[in-house]
Write a protein that binds this ligand. Structure first.
Ligand SMILES: [Zn+2]
Length: 287
């Protein structure tokens, strides 16, 4: 059987053949075949045109991968913020650290570091309470963290705590199951707007159900709230105390007071994640 045909270069129009019988590319002038010891016919090799074609294909593959990655992130961000509806998702897509107008503020640096170190955060199971007045950017920062951890390949869900709490004790089993899934499955959840829900025994129980379920899942949660640390320190009653003490046990407290305020170390009530965040200010760059 003659196998030489399989190893020899394919001749194209314009190609030449050297005196030794080696095929020469008619375009770039480089040989398309070469001699190797122990083989009595010349075998195929790559001319410049072939090498360039391969490189271009590699670049095209890499470009394709980038596009795939952008699609993956977009879809995951859509799932993360799905409860906010299509307009909310569009808004959330713009809530990224790249769009942060005060990237050097302490709370931005802290949140960025938290998201960048999310592997450690997840392992150590450290949540955050982002607290501060309305309009200080708590929801923005929490959304930025979600987007960044999604980019890193983790799953995240952004949830309104009041709505989720109601769902979690709904009489409809499908809603309870949805709530359970949303609480337990993602690597990170944001529970937005702690403390704005109208209090009742029923609602307190529902909120506790959510917080406790996440605690049992042993994964981090970020709470945003207008409450002050003094509210956590002085709960109004036993029901509130049960909720707050659970949250205090799960989270570091990060004041978010707008861009101008500086956070003193003493203001960070607990800092279990100091190791991850150490050097945040020196190392962090505006991305
Ligand atoms: Zn060539």
């Amino acid at each position: 059987m003659d196998i030489s045909g399989f190893f020899r270069a394919k001749e194209k129009e314009g190609d030449l053949r050297s005196e030794e019988g080696i095929l020469i590319c008619g375009v770039c002038g480089e040989p398309k075949e070469r001699r190797i010891d122990g083989v009595d016919f010349p075998v195929v090799t790559l001319c410049e045109c072939d090498r360039r074609a391969l490189e271009e294909r590699g670049a095209a593959d890499r470009e394709q991968e980038k596009i795939q990655e952008r699609i993956r992130v977009k879809e995951a961000v859509g799932r993360c913020f799905c409860e906010l509806g299509p307009d909310g998702v569009r808004k959330a897509e713009n809530m990224t650290f790249k769009k942060d107008r005060w990237p050097d503020s302490r709370q931005s640096v802290y949140c960025r570091r938290y998201a960048d170190g999310f592997g450690d955060v997840l392992r150590e199971n450290v949540g955050l309470v982002l607290y501060g007045p309305v309009g200080s950017g708590k929801t923005f920062l929490a959304s930025c963290v979600c987007s960044r951890v999604i980019e890193k390949g983790y799953t995240a869900r952004f949830l309104n705590l009041g709505a989720l709490a109601q769902k979690s004790v709904s009489i409809k089993e499908t809603e309870r199951e949805e709530a359970r899934e949303a609480i337990m499955t993602p690597d990170l959840i944001v529970l937005d707007d702690l403390g704005v829900e109208r209090r009742s025994e029923y609602m307190d129980e529902a909120v506790y159900t959510v917080v406790n379920a996440r605690y049992m899942a042993n994964k981090p949660a970020i709470f945003t709230t207008n409450l002050r640390t003094s509210d956590f320190e002085n709960p109004k009653d036993e029901r509130q105390k049960r909720i707050y003490s659970r949250i205090v046990g799960m989270c570091d407290f990060v004041p978010v007071n707008g861009p101008d305020r500086r956070i003193g170390e003493h203001n960070i009530k607990k800092n279990r994640i100091g190791k991850i965040l150490k050097g945040a200010e020196q190392n962090s760059t505006t991305e």
